[in-house]
Design a protein around this ligand. Structure first.
Ligand SMILES: NC(=O)c1ccc[n+]([C@@H]2O[C@H](COP(=O)([O-])OP(=O)(O)OC[C@H]3O[C@@H](n4cnc5c(N)ncnc54)[C@H](OP(=O)(O)O)[C@@H]3O)[C@@H](O)[C@H]2O)c1
Length: 255
């Protein structure tokens, strides 16, 4: 157990990604000592090459498979989580915080089978742990959009999206609270944005703000995964914490 006022040494797995960059920025602003674990920083979390967690108080895992990862989501999240948990045990790291997705563990297919595998490994870990399940980031609309001739295609998704920066702030709050010995921070937590919005709807607003005249085509994805995206399964439950940053506020700040 540590006094939070000292500042923490935090390892951020995926600290260069969409949400990881915010965790890194906010942690440094707060005076924490940050170690970024990412391939662009010489550490491969799938192979474990370069991974060293000496003197780290807490690991925040916001990594995700990206370009160049060909093993599929289950293999990625299993390898990364196992390597992190083993390295944490070797180095005596006190706490593990993982970012997951609201509803993913129930849907448990496609990409979400990877998140389920990650959650299961974390929940079975010897170490103390926290899982924060978040809804889709506002940034997700662009991450999943695909150009198609004169159109831009987006999947049909019922979501209650949130700013990635708000998710980063909550991950850090939970990490600090856990390092300070507060059990409120342990276990599974859920966070979402203020309003339900379709992902295609966000994309239309984003493109409108950029004077991008292409039309957005909303397509239902096939199978159990696609059904789960559009039937309300990834909407937050009644216990979720709701952030108050709206898409419009986020868009204004991003301009
Ligand atoms: N996007 C959403 O709407 C959303 C919502 C809720 C939860 N989540 C979860 O949040 C996490 C982060 O999502 P994101 O959208 O921020 O991801 P992202 O932008 O794709 O970032 C992925 C990060 O993982 C790192 N990474 C990838 N492969 C690696 C490897 N082999 N070794 C070390 N680092 C590796 C990347 O850095 P390098 O490329 O430099 O290695 C990057 O920093 C994911 O687990 C995702 O499931 C996402």
């Amino acid at each position: 157990m540590r006094a939070y006022a000292e500042g923490m040494r935090i390892a951020i797995a995926g600290g260069t990604g969409v949400v990881g960059r915010h965790v890194d920025r906010l942690a440094r602003l707060a005076g924490d000592d940050v170690v970024v674990l990412a391939r662009s920083h010489g550490i491969d979390l799938v192979s474990g090459e370069g991974l060293n967690l000496a003197a780290v108080d807490v690991v925040i895992d916001v990594s995700g498979p990206g370009k160049g990862d060909h093993g599929g989501p289950v293999a990625f999240f299993e390898r990364v989580t196992t390597n992190l948990l083993n390295a944490e045990e070797d180095a005596g790291v006190g706490h593990h915080v993982a970012l997951s997705i609201v509803g993913a563990a129930k849907i448990n297919t496609g990409y979400y089978a990877g998140k389920r595998a990650q959650e299961d490994l974390v929940a079975a870990a010897m170490a103390e742990w926290t899982i924060l399940r978040a809804t889709q980031f506002f940034e997700f609309a662009e991450q999943v959009a695909r150009p198609f001739g004169p159109w831009v295609v987006a999947p049909k998704v019922r979501s209650q999206p949130i700013a990635a920066a708000s998710v980063a702030a909550e991950l850090l709050r939970l990490a600090r609270s856990a390092v300070a010995g507060n059990h409120e921070a342990h276990g599974v937590h859920e966070i979402a944005g203020p309003h339900e919005r379709g992902i295609a709807d966000l994309l239309r607003e984003l493109m409108g703000a950029r004077a991008d005249a292409r039309r957005v085509l909303e397509l239902p994805l096939p199978g159990r995964f696609g059904r789960g995206l559009r039937d309300g399964s990834i909407l937050p439950g009644p216990a979720a914490q709701l952030d108050d940053v709206t898409f419009e506020t986020w868009l204004e700040a991003a301009r």
